[in-house]
Design a protein around this ligand. Sequence first.
Ligand code: NAP
Length: 290
Amino acid sequence: MISGKTRLLGVIGHPIGHSLSPVMHNAALAQMASSDFVYVAFPIAPDDLKTAVCGFESIGVEGFSVTIPHKQAIMSELVHISELAQAIGAVNTVWKMPDGWHGTNTDITGFIAPLVELDCDWSEVNVVCLGNGGAARAIVAGCAQLGVRSIQVVGRSVAKLEEFRQSFQSIDSIRDRLSIHTWDAIDNLLPNAGLIVNTTPIGMAPNTEASPLTASQAQKIQSGSIAYDLIYTPSPTQFLQQAQQQGAQVFDGLEMLVQQGAEALKIWTGRSEVPVAVMRRSLQEKLGLL
Ligand code: NAP
């Protein structure tokens, strides 16, 4: 029930109508006893970002998620940015403190959440990360946090790959593990990969028959390895089906979405526990996965 004291949370993006975050967060907030928050979607055009953040201050918005195209631009509106968010150069969660807006990036925690549950010696694991876009930056930082042996990033543009590598030069824990490769290296990389992450949109609905790997490349996936696709519709993707056929353990992007949201909700509400199962279920229902 929205009351005269209901506190405001939300998500900013452009466009934002497709966002699943309001469904997930309001489902959780409704379950949290004595939490009087509501979470709404704010469509904010790029040129209006500064004005919107000033407006949030005036009307008492307490925190918000940040999505495309504001993840980098929001950084200049913040008085404090966590080390993790600085490392990946993007903020997805903002909250109000007495000295101003603070920001972090919960995609890293979201990505590694299902992985840290595994009984695995990460120092023995070589990672192959398919794609070198925004999400790949969080994956690389997450893998460094797990303490993996190596992170091999595969992309189609040598210039973008080089830029990606350069941007991590000042972070020892990433620089020392990171190498960049074009797609023709895949056949050599997969036989030694313990974790393969698809960060490209290849295979996302409606192109559900597509995979970042050809059938013969997919045969190089080792039994017992882990395949992780950041895509959550469809589930499993063609890539995860290929990996399953090779005997790999698979994870889809839904858990990352849920866990990055749970981490943000903990920050905004100050609770150490939030109803993760309710958040997961609300998304599965919305996506027709149940
Ligand atoms: P992005 O910044 O646009 O990066 C996409 C990457 O994929 C780029 O490196 C791009 O290469 C590459 N790519 C795209 N099409 C390709 C193709 N046909 N062949 C080879 N490479 C291709 O996007 P993003 O923000 O990183 O998101 C990537 C995916 O992750 C999306 O599917 C998104 O929905 C998903 N995601 C999921 C979560 C979650 O919580 N589950 C969170 C974030 C993102 P170029 O740079 O050469 O164009």
